[in-house]
Design a protein. Structure first.
Length: 278
């Protein structure tokens, strides 16, 4: 049942049209050979930048990927944390070596930076480790995180790195819209600009009040000027909008994926609830 479920997930990802997938610890639950066999059906690149096959000494899957979208060269790579496992004897690690994530990232960034405009890390390091990596290493524009399973509706920007993550188990879908106004490797949250604009309008309304004391109006005037300066500093900079949407019954299923799920449920029905007894 678990193997068939894994095949179903790959077929669903094919139907979604994903651009790349990074390997996490749970993907290795059936072992490396089973994972390789299952992912033969994948119509998208599989990335695994620091997982080495112990037998061959080679990477388990592709190291990185460069994809061009409307003239923008996007570099992608993937990292898995050794700390995602339950220790040295975790069966999911059998036959594998996990290279140090930070050192691997340093090497890959040197390779990707001359060839790309934007670099994305598909991270399976955990949210604290994502934050630590962004503090330590410059050059990653987006960290699309996982493993910890937290919902970052207002993603932090650490030294020009945007850190993204949504809740696990398909409960939410995340969408990031980037507006590139220049080639500088920095972004700000458009929600910040909207908040400043709203507060600026409020200050302007207060300043037109005839009943306010002059001392209070002077404070509002200073606040207004500070907001105007802040907004001016944002002009021409790159911005992003992050949206996290609950995937509830109001979201329509892809028809092909829906059929596959129904076929799976027919083959492997969920066990019924035990009868109630006093």
């Amino acid at each position: 049942m678990v193997t068939q479920k894994a095949h179903l997930m790959v077929e669903a990802l094919n139907a979604m049209g994903v651009d790349a997938m990074g390997i996490g610890d749970d993907d290795l639950s059936l072992g490396k050979e089973a994972l390789r066999e299952i992912l033969k059906k994948a119509k998208f690149p599989i990335l695994s930048s620091n997982i080495i096959d112990e037998e061959s000494g080679k990477l388990l899957f592709d190291r990185s990927l460069i994809k061009e979208v409307n003239g923008l060269r996007i570099g992608l790579f993937s990292l898995l944390s050794p700390e995602s496992f339950y220790g040295q004897w975790d069966p999911r690690k059998k036959g594998l070596m996990i290279q140090p994530p930070t050192e691997t990232a340093q090497t890959i960034l040197k390779e990707l930076q001359p060839k790309t405009d934007l670099i994305i890390l598909l991270s399976h390091l955990s949210y604290p480790k994502d934050m630590e990596l962004a503090q330590t290493l410059a050059g990653i524009h987006l960290i699309v995180g996982s493993h910890t399973g937290i919902s970052l509706s207002y993603p932090p920007v650490i030294k020009n790195t945007i850190i993204l993550q949504t809740a696990p188990k398909g409960m939410y879908g995340g969408k990031l819209d980037l507006t590139l106004n220049n080639k500088e490797p920095s972004f700000y949250n458009a929600a910040t600009r909207r908040s400043l604009e709203n507060n600026l309008n409020l200050m302007k309304q207060r300043l037109t009040s005839v009943d306010a004391p002059e001392a209070e109006k002077a404070q509002w005037q200073r606040a207004k000027e500070e907001m105007e300066r802040s907004l001016k500093q944002l002009q021409g900079k790159n911005e992003f909008i992050n949206s996290i949407v609950p995937l509830n019954e109001g979201i329509k299923d892809h028809p092909d994926i829906g059929k596959m799920v129904e076929a799976f449920k027919a083959t492997f029905p969920e066990p019924g609830k035990p009868p109630f007894s006093k």
